[in-house]
Design a protein around this ligand. Structure first.
Ligand SMILES: Cc1cc2nc3c(=O)[nH]c(=O)nc-3n(C[C@H](O)[C@H](O)[C@H](O)COP(=O)(O)OP(=O)(O)OC[C@H]3O[C@@H](n4cnc5c(N)ncnc54)[C@H](O)[C@@H]3O)c2cc1C
Length: 473
């Protein structure tokens, strides 16, 4: 009999939309063993190449099959220190799972659906976390005479810091916000990534000796030159992409139209979801529109719907997207979850103009219908406007989630830093070194909006190059 994929347990949509608790509950041991038993242990494991940090997927699943969960955890940790985070939020369907051989062949023993690698990674990661397996003894004392400054505490900065600290290098992370974690903290809501999972990884870095300085905006509080003058041998820039894009349409400055960053930051970082315990204002309305089709749009819509319920309103949140569901860049799981939770979708819809009341508050979005045309540079079919198809949607809160651009403050203050047409930092891809010798960069500030594991992949390349520069063999 063919082995069927094992789904994870999830909170019921009716229950979970009334709170911010984690939705996906993860595998029990029995479930993990059943899912791991589907892995064919291929001679050439294509999944490894699908992972931006090349986790030895075949090997860690082998250890799960053998019930040696500690080895499974350490196998992942050799390549990725944040198994519990990535197991929760990696878009595995576009990475390791896409390469899984089970997608391609009819197999005699396993159903032809990729192994749920991310859920197994989460299982092993949580096993290591819950049993406190990773300890500061991982640290070598080789390079303790050097110190490196890391700017930004998102996944790129945290990953680079960990790689360097494990070699004994003294690392100081400077973060402009008052809390650590970058998008992992202010962007991704706690029902996808609980804060304690992130806190655990940050505490491990503290145990490794990494020093964190929040509320410190490099570029204003100190320049790159001043950091070098303070004795840092190298600097890593993990600045991220936090500058929101807008639609550029009439009425976009009306009240109650938020950029996705502002909306999610108010809710996640400034705890507006802990209403009424926290008083951070979010003017959640009766009719919420979220414009966009990526992870940020799904997060904003799911947050908005929860807030509507918490404030006693009838949930009414709609995602407005100019293409169809097939072209949506969001993780499939998030789209499914959004639909289960009652989020509505207006596909093939192009926003045209916002309208407002006499007090300047938004109350309507005029739109045009579209159809799909030829594929554009991204490979997705382009929306073509249908003239005369005007219609409008009521809204008293709108979140614009149509893309994010590179954080600019440090770049603008550092004339020698070479940037490209998108204002991303230009680096040598072999080393991630920028146009300033000794200054490295990685994550969204280099590649534009990407994924957590891609940011970590770049940070690891930079860390290797920094180590080589500090102590060439
Ligand atoms: C809402 C949302 C949901 C997402 N969901 C997913 C998902 O499910 N899966 C996935 O893989 N990816 C997801 N992504 C993308 C992913 O989060 C990013 O690709 C990743 O966080 C990039 O990491 P980073 O370290 O480069 O930048 P960031 O996470 O943006 O961190 C950069 C940090 O640098 C700080 N900083 C910037 N400038 C300075 C300065 N001058 N001085 C000091 N500090 C500074 C910022 O405050 C920030 O904390 C999501 C993104 C968003 C916005």
């Amino acid at each position: 009999m063919k082995k069927e994929p094992v789904k994870t347990r999830e909170l019921d949509p009716q229950v979970r939309t009334g709170n911010f608790q984690e939705v996906v509950l993860g595998y029990s041991e029995t479930e993990a063993l059943a899912e791991a038993s589907r892995c064919l242990q291929c001679a050439k494991p294509l999944c490894v190449g699908g992972c931006p940090v090349n986790i030895e997927i075949k090997k860690f699943i082998y250890y799960i099959q053998r019930k040696d969960y500690a080895r499974a955890y350490f196998t992942i940790r050799e390549r990725n220190s944040f198994a519990s985070i990535c197991g929760r939020v990696c878009p595995a369907e576009y990475q390791c799972r896409k390469a899984c051989v089970l997608n391609k062949k009819q197999q005699p023993f396993a159903s032809s659906e990729a192994i749920n690698i991310h859920f197994l990674e989460r299982f092993a990661g949580d096993y290591g976390k819950d049993n406190r397996l990773a300890v500061a003894s991982e640290k070598e004392e080789k390079f303790s005479e050097f110190k490196v400054a890391v700017v930004g505490s998102g996944p790129a900065g945290l990953c680079c810091a960990g790689e360097l600290a494990r070699k004994g290098i003294k690392v100081d992370i400077f973060e402009s916000l008052h809390k650590l974690g970058g998008v992992l903290r202010y962007g991704i809501p706690p029902f996808r990534l609980p804060a304690e999972v992130l806190d655990f990884e940050i505490n491990l870095l503290k145990q490794l000796g990494v020093n964190f300085t929040p509320n410190f905006l490099v570029g204003k509080a100190k320049s790159i030159k001043e950091l070098f003058a303070d004795g840092y041998s190298c600097i890593f820039l993990g600045l991220g992409a936090g500058v929101p894009s807008f639609l550029g349409i009439k009425g976009e400055n009306l009240n109650n139209i938020y950029s996705v960053n502002e909306f999610l930051t108010r809710v996640n970082l400034m705890s507006a979801y802990k209403f009424p315990e926290f008083h951070t204002p979010v003017n959640i309305g009766k009719h919420v529109l979220v414009v966009g089709g990526g992870n940020t749009a799904m997060d904003a819509a799911r947050v908005a719907l929860r807030l509507q319920k918490l404030k006693g309103l009838v949930p009414d949140t709609t995602v407005v997207y100019r293409r169809t569901e097939t072209e949506m860049p969001a993780r499939r799981l998030e789209i499914e979850h959004a639909k289960e939770e009652g989020i509505k979708f207006e596909f093939l819809t192009q926003p045209k103009e916002f309208e407002g009341d006499e007090q300047g508050f938004v109350n309507k979005l005029s739109c045009l219908r579209a159809k799909l045309g030829e594929a554009d540079a991204s490979g997705r079919r382009r929306p073509v406007i249908l003239e005369g198809s005007d219609f409008s949607l009521d809204c008293d809160l709108c979140v614009i989630a149509v893309g994010l651009k590179a954080n600019q403050i440090l770049i603008k203050e550092t004339a020698e830093l070479k940037i490209n047409q998108d204002s991303d930092i230009v680096v040598d891809p072999e080393t991630m070194e920028s146009s300033i010798p000794g200054v490295y960069a990685g994550g969204d500030i280099v590649g534009g909006e990407g994924t957590i594991i891609e940011a970590m992949g770049m940070a690891k390349i930079a860390a290797r190059a920094i180590i080589k520069k500090l102590a060439p063999v």
